[in-house]
Design a protein around this ligand. Sequence first.
Ligand SMILES: Nc1ncnc2c1ncn2[C@@H]1O[C@H](COP(=O)(O)OP(=O)(O)O)[C@@H](O)[C@H]1O
Ligand SMILES: [Mg+2]
Length: 247
Amino acid sequence: MIKIVTINNKGGVGKTTLSAYIGYVLGMNDKKVLLMDLDPQGNLSMFFDKEQISLDKWMSKNPILINDKMHLIPSTSDFANLENQLLNSVDGTYFLKEKVLNRYEKYFDVCILDTAPNLGILNRNALVAADKAFIPVHADLFSMSGLNSINGLIDQIKHRFNADIKREVLLNCFEPNRKRNKIVLEHLDSCDYFNDIIIPLKTSIKNDMFSGEVSLKDQDLYNIFFSIVNNLICNGELINKELTNVN
Ligand SMILES: Nc1ncnc2c1ncn2[C@@H]1O[C@H](COP(=O)(O)OP(=O)(O)O)[C@@H](O)[C@H]1O
Ligand SMILES: [Mg+2]
């Protein structure tokens, strides 16, 4: 099971959107997907019209069925309580990897961890468990400064806990005709972890939030997410089907 975390300590940059879309596209390409909502605000759970659960129920770790390819472990508003317990535990940084995700290894191809906008212990757990961090950013200078702090944390995690973690910066909500977007793109060109993955600002994405499904009828949009999934998660093994065949 490949583990992907969508992470950025800045809110509203597209972590939840990215989690939902890549989950969907993986499912459309016959991968078994486990989505885990680690944000106490529960936006990914709401996206799929699922209620938050109690911490006790969360601890029982039974994923909910979304469709025949996707399962979700919803969030709990009680993550603060779990975080306190983790902070007081000697091996609290390995909890997610060793006590939670281990049990799903043989049932799912990919697990996507959607995180809250902070650099707390639960997010550090997610980075310790993950094979790859997807870092969505917006084309503005605040996003650029946030990128330094998330990269700093990943450097530390890589050094101390998870030497193999990879990372990828994705530029989200890009508007090619806006001047400041172009300036940020030039700035990002010098970032080691940005490999020209750009998701445009699309009204259809905005409208999807809380609709229970993603609308990938737009072939260009599907192609962008397909190439993210194929190149960054599936080692190029997927065959791009015509969207009409997979809808
Ligand atoms: N490429 C995009 N085009 C248009 N709207 C987007 C795009 N990506 C995200 N959004 C919208 O931006 C808002 C914040 O996105 P979200 O995924 O919730 O961010 P985060 O999880 O980082 O807080 C949501 O309303 C979402 O629909
Ligand atoms: Mg979110």
